[in-house]
Design a protein around this ligand. Structure first.
Ligand code: NDP
Length: 484
């Protein structure tokens, strides 16, 4: 029979699974019971600090297969015709979702994909809606805190979140999307994913274009009403995590078609609104979707903590042929995500298997907590002993010209740069009557759970600014609720 005895974490035989070391059967427990101490200490440290936003999530492994030829736009190996790349995807329950929150809370979901490419890891760190709530990263901590808990009583407070939203009109587009049907996806499989920002691509001739990533679900869009979501929050709060895991167990592998919108480099300067404003979409009529390939998730995780909790996605994980853009929120995120992982799981988080690149790493980093890959000499550069040298021709840095004085200012206004327009288009031209009715129902229910004057009047005005009819219905709905 194979040996099957318990060991300490250092591999030595454990003295007992059930009894602590004490001085006689009735005596005190002894400090030298290092096995007992290892058990208690490991238990106390079982959790990594949870993520600030998007704390609760599910993940799975799979592959991405290119089905089109986009080599005219990018030289990235991951997007070349016929390429297949291993991936890990993580979906999360929301900006203000904590690890114990219900999967059916109304919020935007996280949708992140790590591509383990031959040229290094490439991450798309996106969401199930196509826009973000704010466009300047300096507001990010406030956005998350406003949707989180109060300082005094630790309660969520709708007055607080609507106070912030109505003082920041650029939130209107995201709030309309989240208050609509798709604000509670039925499962992670039945939602789209968006890279949110404009990114750059560069081809082998050195020509740059701007792109937006769209993962379209092949399972079809499905969502829950507020009432269904509320019920499941009580009866099956982990329903989305369960659904993903069980679907893959049944070999019903979820897939998404990756498409991109491509904007020629020069268009960005003259387009009717700033295409780097992450609170806006690029209309399909101007920039149609182009097929790229298929993302399929076909392998379940085996340890949620090591693979999902410790997964670290960063928009700064780019590969040659891909790059950033002048989107200020993206530039802020390109610092913030890697820094969040350094703070939460450590400076060596890229050595954890789920984050580790599948290609050779030749960096000059050394030391730091929890490092287990050996650093090799030389540990400095330049050196005369044959250490690696950076090759600027291979790098993922895509540049663009910029000039001007240093200042704190919003993007230079353009003709169609208002905050209400695209939210209004969504309500009037994309939603049908039944969807608009449910939108009003969801808004009124949310607002009537705690929003007070003077925020209440601003909420009504906010919806009038998006659409007069919706504004009127929200106002009537709030009045009717108050007189009940
Ligand atoms: P289109 O008519 O070409 O596109 C409308 C888009 O809206 C489709 O991608 C569709 O996605 C999506 N959609 C349909 N119903 C809903 C809903 N209830 N909630 C959220 N999205 C929905 O128009 P435009 O490109 O000109 O965009 C018009 C508006 O559509 C925008 O203001 C924006 O709010 C919304 N939208 C636009 C997207 C874009 O990238 N252009 C992406 C997503 C939304 P699907 O095929 O999955 O149903």
């Amino acid at each position: 029979m194979a040996e099957n005895y318990t060991t300490t974490n250092a591999g030595a035989p454990a003295p007992s699974d059930e009894l602590s070391l004490s001085l006689g059967p009735d005596g005190p427990i002894l400090l030298q019971d290092s096995y007992l101490i290892e058990q208690m200490a490991a238990f106390n440290r079982e959790r990594a600090p949870e993520r600030q936003p998007h704390a609760k999530g599910a993940g799975a492994f799979g592959r991405f297969e290119v089905t089109n030829d986009l080599s005219a736009y990018t030289k990235a190996a991951v997007f070349q015709p016929g390429a297949t790349t291993e991936v890990f995807a993580r979906f999360s329950s929301g900006n203000s979702g904590e690890r114990g929150s219900a999967d059916t809370a109304r919020d935007n979901r996280g949708f992140s994909v790590k591509f383990y490419t031959a040229e290094g890891n490439f991450d798309i760190v996106g969401s199930d809606v196509p826009v973000f709530a704010i466009r300047d990263p300096i507001k990010f901590p406030s956005l998350i805190r406003a949707g989180g808990r109060r300082a005094d009583n630790d309660l969520h407070d709708h007055n607080m979140v609507w106070d912030f939203w109505t003082l920041c009109p650029e939130t209107a587009h995201l709030v309309t999307l989240v208050m609509g049907d798709r604000g509670i996806p039925k499962t992670f499989r039945h939602m789209n994913g968006f890279g949110l920002h404009a990114f750059s691509w560069i081809n082998s001739a050195g020509e740059i274009c701007w792109v937006k990533y769209h993962f379209k679900t092949n399972q079809g869009i499905q969502w829950l009403t507020q009432e269904e979501g509320n019920r499941l929050a009580g009866t099956d709060p982990d329903c989305c995590i369960r659904d993903l895991y069980e679907a893959i167990e049944r070999a019903e592998y979820p897939s998404w078609s990756l498409k991109v919108q491509v904007m020629p480099f020069a268009d960005a300067k003259t387009y009717r609104f700033n295409p780097f404003d992450v609170t806006k979409v690029w209309p399909h009529a101007d920039y149609p979707l182009i097929d790229v390939g298929t993302l399929t998730l076909d392998r379940n995780i085996t340890d949620h903590h090591t693979e999902v909790e410790q997964a670290g996605f960063a928009p700064s994980n780019l590969v040659p042929g891909t790059g950033l853009s002048p989107d200020k929120l993206l530039l802020g995120r390109s610092f913030a995500y890697a820094d969040a992982h350094r703070a939460r799981i450590g400076v060596n988080h890229n050595q954890i298997p789920v984050n580790a690149p599948r290609c050779a790493v030749r960096s000059y980093s050394k030391g730091g907590r929890m490092r287990f890959g050996n650093a090799a000499d030389p540990v400095y550069v330049p050196n005369s002993v044959g250490g690696p040298r950076a090759d600027p021709d291979r790098t993922a840095e895509v540049g663009w010209a910029a000039d001007g004085e240093m200042m704190r200012a919003a993007y230079t206004p353009r003709r169609d740069d208002d905050d209400w327009g695209q939210a209004g288009t969504l309500v009037r031209e994309v939603m049908d009557d039944a969807q608009r009715e449910r939108l009003v129902h969801n808004i009124v229910g949310h607002v009537c759970a705690g929003v007070k004057e003077p925020v209440l009047s601003r909420v009504v005005q906010y919806w009038y600014n998006i659409d007069r009819e919706i504004g009127k219905k929200v106002e009537d709905g709030i009045r009717a609720n108050a007189s009940r």
